[in-house]
Design a protein around this ligand. Structure first.
Ligand code: ZN
Length: 321
């Protein structure tokens, strides 16, 4: 088995106004780096469009219809100070959510060991009834609900290392003890949520980091708070909200992570997945706004996924720095 890469050309056609950081070039550079020889072993599929029913497992019906109707004929529609739609945005968002659903199908049916969804717009800020923070539909939450609804997966975990807190995933999971949300993020920073005291029904684990925090603080937060809680939860599927804007080069955050930290986190999450979930990991692209850092980070993240999808079982964990 291998790693499945899901994407769709429509995801690059969602175009916020010129100068917006969440721009089509993000996906173009990810596409380019994943076309290089080290990634020949990836299985590749175009993402299908999600169905309305699949979206509405995580979102209110009114929210789905609002987004469906908000794509303008031309120009832009502004949904909040940061969140815009262009003519192809709804179709792009449906492919992003569809990638999440197809990735779950592939890992649950053992067609792939794990999967990476190179999609945009991102998802983790989208709440059940609200688009915000560049996000229209919450791809990770849609994946989690799909896994639970369709497969024998009772306990689903989302771990989010984007520099921003995934307020949307937290809100959607808040009162459901069979869904786990663990997040490292910079705080204070947009969207303002993510304190340690926000714990849902004992299923939410936030590990906020101060501006300037780097490898040591990030790995410590993972090892002391997120990973032990994940082990206790014993998920049937691990979903990663893989944002790479905690990279030290990113213009939107002030954490100091490097590519190696993303590899480290990926390997530990895969290790947890091997111990509890038969290795099943679905990774969704979230943020990452410095194109060079994004490409390098996605490359090492997907290489780590590939390392764990061969015959060798769980990849070897790397020592601390
Ligand atoms: Zn982010």
């Amino acid at each position: 088995m291998t790693t499945l890469l899901l994407s769709h050309p429509l995801c690059a056609k969602h175009r916020p106004p010129e100068g917006h950081p969440e721009r089509p070039d993000r996906l173009k550079i990810v596409d380019r780096i994943l076309s290089a020889p080290p990634f020949e072993a990836l299985a590749r599929e175009e993402a299908p469009a999600a169905s309305a029913e699949q979206i509405m497992r995580a979102h209110a019906e009114e929210h789905y219809h609002r987004i469906e109707q908000a794509s303008p004929e031309e120009g832009f529609e502004q949904l909040d100070p940061d969140t815009w739609m262009s003519p192809d945005s709804f179709e792009a968002a449906m492919r992003g959510a569809g990638a999440a659903v197809r990735a779950v199908d592939a890992v649950m049916l053992r067609e792939a060991e794990n999967a990476f969804c190179a999609v945009r717009p991102p998802g983790h800020h989208a709440e059940s009834r609200r688009a915000m923070g560049f996000c229209l539909f919450n791809n990770a939450a849609i994946a989690a609900h799909h896994a639970r609804q369709v497969y024998d997966a009772d306990r689903i975990a989302v771990v989010d290392f984007d520099v921003h807190h995934g307020n949307g995933t937290q809100e959607i999971f808040w009162s459901d003890a069979s869904l786990f949300y663990g997040s490292t993020h910079q705080m204070p920073l947009y969207p303002g949520t993510g304190a340690r005291t926000e714990t849902g029904v004992g299923n939410i684990f936030n590990a906020p980091l101060s501006a300037g925090a780097g490898s040591v603080q990030f790995r410590d937060a993972m090892k002391t708070r997120i990973l032990p809680a994940l082990d206790d939860f014993a998920p049937d599927l691990v979903i990663i909200s893989a944002g790479f804007d905690a990279h030290r080069s990113d213009p939107l955050g002030s954490l100091e992570l490097a590519e190696e930290d993303f590899v480290w986190a990926t390997l530990y999450l895969m290790d947890a997945a091997h111990r509890h979930a038969d290795g099943r990991v679905v990774s969704m692209l979230e943020g990452g706004y410095d194109l060079k850092a994004l490409a390098a980070s996605v490359a090492v993240h997907v290489q780590a996924l590939l390392r764990g999808s061969g015959d060798g079982g769980a990849p070897q964990l790397e020592d601390d720095v």
